[in-house]
Design a protein around this ligand. Structure first.
Ligand code: 13P
Ligand code: SF4
Length: 303
C-alpha cells in the first residue's frame, strides 16, 4: 500500500529534525499530525523551549512570528504565508507611537494577536490565558491595551483602580456573535453551560458560566460535571473537546465562528513547506530584538 501524505510528513519531519505545532483552531487533520497542540501561550513556550532546528507553525502569522522572535536561530516555517489575523492588522506601530506620545505615563500591554512591529513598541505581551496574571503584577495606573477592545475591556473590569486606554480592534469571527444568538441556544439547551472566549462582546461574556482562553475552555469542559456546553469560540476547538470528552455534547452558535485564516493550513501545503523548506519567517533583527523584550516579559510575568 502506498504511503499517505500523513506518513510522508511524519518521515520528513524526522529527516529535517522538525516539530509541528498546531493551534486548537486548526483543521482536525492538522491537529492529529501535530507534536504539540495548544493555545497561543502554550505554543509560544514550546517554540521557545524546543530543541529541534525546524518548527512548522500551523496557525496564523503572528503566532509564527512570535516563535521566530523567541527562537531566532531556528527555522520557523508556516504552511501558508497568507494565514493572517485581521485583528492583528487593525493597529500599526505608528498608531502605537502616537498613543504613547499622548499617554507618556502609560504601560503598554499588547495582545499576542499583533504584528511584531507593534510588539516592538510595547512593554509586555499578553495572551487571553495569561493577561490577568500579568496585569496583577503591573503597578502602573494607566494602561494602553491593544488591539482587542473586548479582551481589554474584560481585563479592565478586574482592575477598577487602573485607567485603561483601549484600541478599537476586534476579532471579526468572535465579535459578530450577539447575546440573542446565545440566548436562543440556551432556551433549546437549558442545562448547558456557556463557555466564552474573551474576544467576544461584553453582552455575550455576561452570559458565560466560564470566560477564558481556548485551553481554559477545554480544561473547564473536561473537568465540569455538566455534560452539555454552548461553546462560544472558533469551531476548530471541537476536535480537542471531543477527544477529551467523547461523551459530552458541544453546541456552537448557528452564525458560525469560523476563522478562514486558521483553515488555510492543509496537509498538502504542510508537506510542501517541509519538503522545500518554504515560507520561512524572516524578521528585521532590530525590530525583533525590541519585540523580544515584551515577549520575554510575558513569560517572566506569566509563568
Ligand atoms: P487563545 O490564546 O485562546 O488560543 O486564542 C488565540 C486566538 O486567536 C483567539 O482568536
Ligand atoms: Fe485572529 Fe480571530 Fe482568527 Fe483568532 S479567530 S486568529 S483573533 S481572526
Amino acid at each position: 500500500m502506498g504511503k499517505t501524505l500523513k506518513d510522508k510528513i511524519l518521515k520528513l519531519k524526522k529527516e529535517k529534525n522538525a516539530i509541528i505545532l498546531a493551534h486548537y483552531y486548526q483543521p482536525s487533520e492538522i491537529q492529529e499530525i501535530a507534536d504539540f497542540i495548544g493555545d497561543s501561550y502554550y505554543l509560544s513556550e514550546i517554540a521557545k523551549k524546543s530543541k529541534e532546528e525546524v518548527i512548522v507553525f500551523c496557525g496564523v502569522n503572528f503566532m509564527a512570528e512570535s516563535a521566530k522572535i523567541l527562537s531566532p536561530n531556528k527555522h520557523i516555517l508556516i504552511p501558508n504565508k497568507k494565514a493572517g489575523c485581521s485583528m492583528a492588522d487593525m493597529v500599526s506601530s505608528n498608531i502605537l507611537i502616537d498613543l504613547k506620545k499622548k499617554y507618556p505615563e502609560a504601560y503598554v500591554v499588547c495582545y499576542i494577536n499583533s504584528t511584531y512591529n507593534v510588539k516592538a513598541y510595547c512593554d509586555v505581551v499578553v495572551t487571553s490565558s495569561s493577561a490577568l496574571k500579568i496585569l496583577n503584577k503591573v503597578s502602573n495606573k494607566q494602561i494602553i491595551f491593544l488591539p482587542d477592545k473586548n479582551l481589554g475591556e474584560y481585563i479592565s473590569e478586574f482592575f477598577p483602580d487602573k485607567e485603561f486606554i483601549l484600541w478599537d480592534g476586534f476579532c471579526k469571527c468572535h465579535n459578530k456573535i450577539n447575546k440573542n444568538d446565545i440566548l436562543k441556544l440556551k432556551k433549546q439547551h437549558i442545562n448547558a453551560e456557556i463557555l466564552v472566549h474573551p474576544e467576544c462582546k461584553k453582552e455575550v461574556r455576561m452570559l458565560g458560566n466560564y470566560i477564558g482562553s481556548t485551553n481554559g475552555i477545554i480544561e473547564y469542559a473536561t473537568k465540569s460535571k455538566c455534560n452539555k456546553f454552548i461553546i462560544v469560540t472558533e469551531e476548530g476547538i471541537l476536535h480537542e473537546l471531543n477527544k477529551r470528552s467523547p461523551n459530552k455534547k458541544f453546541i456552537f452558535p448557528e452564525s458560525r465562528i469560523y476563522c478562514e485564516d486558521m483553515k488555510k493550513t492543509t496537509l498538502e501545503n504542510l508537506y510542501d513547506t517541509l519538503l522545500n523548506m518554504k515560507n520561512e519567517i524572516v524578521l528585521n533583527e532590530d525590530i525583533r530584538k525590541k519585540a523580544l523584550k515584551s515577549l520575554e516579559n510575558m513569560h517572566r510575568l506569566g509563568d
